[in-house]
Unconditional design. Structure first.
Length: 387
């Protein structure tokens, strides 16, 4: 399978560079989804457009056994700094998270599987808006789920590029693979007044300082040290001139976790931190926006991917997982079926960059590797179901 994928290197690069030159933000992937659908139809897939607003679902094969392969399609609001022939042609928008390569690899897997015989059905999920949520707080994965994209799926797999790993290697394991993420929005309410008469005010900045200290102590002093978690303050906004103490200060942030009980505890502790406002004579308002769940790789899926990777790449190129709490809405799919995501190395001496940066690029020799692992994993799952 890897040899077949490597024979497609130029096509995979061409697809990736085309998507890279024409990036589109979440739920605006009109050109992108149209091109994806057109290519899939050429391979003989049954294609459905407009799934989860701008997503694409494509199927090939027949039978009850159904494996799904997911690729995200949206770009980021960044101005690209790379001086390359395939640089973004849309100012202020860039594929800085590798979704262009995710699509290219999934299309490569679709092409490879279109030439194989297997029992069951392969379904491709080309997902919009992994990076951002809509006006109702939903990203592309739950929107696709609402439209039936996961109906009947028995296994769902995906990859994400990782520039900190060498091209041609992957990382995979069972268990937590990314953090769940929620946002919180608070407002400290005091009593405004002249900066020369602070005793006549209830200074919301003074209160906010104590609240922030309490927030920063949640992980280090309130949670079990063995529970992965993050509570971060992302913005503090208040006041409009130097000599007036305002009435309100807004404080917003994010939290990350891998277990539901830890999520619930963090919510309670954030509320406790804001209660300090009342202790100091003020008040507060606080609301949470529930985001995507943690991504928990199922043993069934992770072990299958690892076995495929060992066979295709050699054991030395299947590396231990790196623990981190980045968010990824692929976890929404894995709440409905066993699944796993593997981290695909894209780094080299030339490409030493980071995700979500204006200079992000990758070693395209990784593309056949990702395509082959996705295709071979799907094949083995379906054939094993019959055996």
């Amino acid at each position: 399978m890897l040899e077949k994928a490597r024979a497609m290197q130029q096509q995979l690069s061409d697809w990736r560079r085309d998507f890279h030159m024409h990036p589109e933000l979440g739920f605006r992937e009109m050109r992108t989804s149209a091109k994806v659908a057109e290519i899939l139809e050429q391979f003989g897939y049954r294609v459905k457009r407009g799934v989860g607003r701008t997503g694409v679902v494509a199927e090939l094969g027949s039978g009850k056994s159904l494996v799904a392969i997911r690729a995200d399609m949206d770009a980021l609001p960044l101005q690209e700094a790379n001086q390359v022939s395939y640089a973004s042609q849309d100012p202020g928008v860039m594929h800085a998270c590798g979704h262009d390569s995710h699509m290219a690899m999934a299309l490569g897997a679709a092409a490879l599987l279109s030439r194989e015989k297997y029992p069951g059905t392969v379904r491709f999920l080309f997902q919009p808006s992994e990076e951002v949520a809509d006006e109702e707080g939903l990203s592309g994965a739950p929107r696709m789920i609402q439209d039936g994209a996961m109906d009947g799926v028995e296994l769902v797999i995906a990859t994400h590029v990782d520039p900190t790993n060498p091209a041609g290697a992957i990382r995979i394991r069972s268990g937590p693979a990314s953090g769940g993420v929620d946002s919180w929005f608070g407002e400290i309410i005091g009593k405004g007044g002249h900066g020369a008469h602070p005793h006549q005010t209830i200074d919301p900045f003074y209160i906010t300082a104590h609240v922030i200290l309490a927030l920063n102590g949640i992980v280090s002093r309130r949670l079990d040290p063995f529970d992965p978690a993050v509570v971060s303050v992302g913005s503090v906004q208040g006041g409009f001139t130097e000599n007036v103490i305002p009435e309100r200060v807004k404080v917003t942030g994010t939290l990350r976790y891998t277990e539901k009980r830890v999520q619930e505890q963090i919510h309670a502790e954030i509320k406790r931190a804001f209660e300090i406002a009342r202790t100091l004579g003020g008040d507060y308002e606080l609301k949470f926006q529930i985001g995507t769940p943690p991504m928990i790789n199922a043993p069934l899926a992770a072990e299958l991917i690892a076995a495929v990777a060992v066979d295709l790449l050699g054991r030395q190129n299947v590396l231990p997982w790196k623990d981190e709490l980045g968010a990824e809405d692929f976890g929404c799919f894995m709440e409905l079926a066993p699944g796993a995501m593997f981290a695909l190395g894209t780094g080299s001496d030339r490409f030493q960059c980071h995700l979500h940066n204006p200079d992000f690029d990758l070693d395209e020799s990784c593309l056949p590797v990702g395509a082959a692992i996705l295709a071979e994993t799907a094949l083995r799952f379906l054939r094993k179901k019959v055996d």
